[in-house]
Write a protein that binds this ligand. Sequence first.
Ligand code: 8IG
Length: 275
Amino acid sequence: MTDTASDPYQLARDAAAAIAEASGAPTHDLALVLGSGWAGAADLMGETIWQADATSIPGFRPPAVAGHVGTLRSIRVEGTGARALVLGARTHFYEGAGVDAVVHGVRTAAAAGARTMVLTNGCGGIDPSWAPGTPVLIRDQINFTGATPLVGANFVDLTDLYTPALRQIARDVDPSLDEGVYMQFSGPSYETPAEVQMAKAVGADLVGMSTALEAIAAREAGLDVLGISLVTNLAAGISEQALSHEEVLEAGRDAGPRISRLLAETVRRLTDATA
Ligand code: 8IG
């Protein structure tokens, strides 16, 4: 099947070719998705060689959420010279565009040559010791969407979905980083307090509306995956406070300097290790 309209992998190859052409970089070494609160975090990584509105590249949809910036960037990583493809926004499952649209950025990164996918997000925290603004490394995940990007008898092994060696690099950069299990809900409502208690009972530490489907697609494509969540709010019922999108944006702004340094230094070290 080579028909772009019906083959999401071909659409990703078309997108990668368009990025190569527009950016002047025939391949990229790694890619990052910047989630809620992470928009400024790529600025310290290196020099932006190219940037464009994502909608100028095949298969990318305009962002649906305030605070998500739909920009694609090609960055030359400071110190290592590796090229990083930065996806400044994601398509969420709750937009109803289907799982292929959700994982298009990941498949495009793989088609562009990336070996490593860094997935970031803003999420709710279940551990009350994680104040809003705390970054947490994703150790494992629970895909609670009822969906998957995989089709057919494609039995992808997810035992070490979040590559242990990459987590170690992030912890070397920031030894105070905790790790947790991320549970992807469909959204777009936040959880009820009862759902948060269910998530806790099945082993989740973080609740959100992204990342898990993307991580599966990344692993299908053979990429190493690093996931970092920014706890922007305590999950519903964990604190007295009701949840608001403003709270989420504010926590991201306040955490900016710390997570920017964490991301930039982690990317520098992991491109040092793989270059
Ligand atoms: I930012 O508390 C953010 N995204 N499901 N729950 C879910 N998604 C989120 C939350 C949250 N906070």
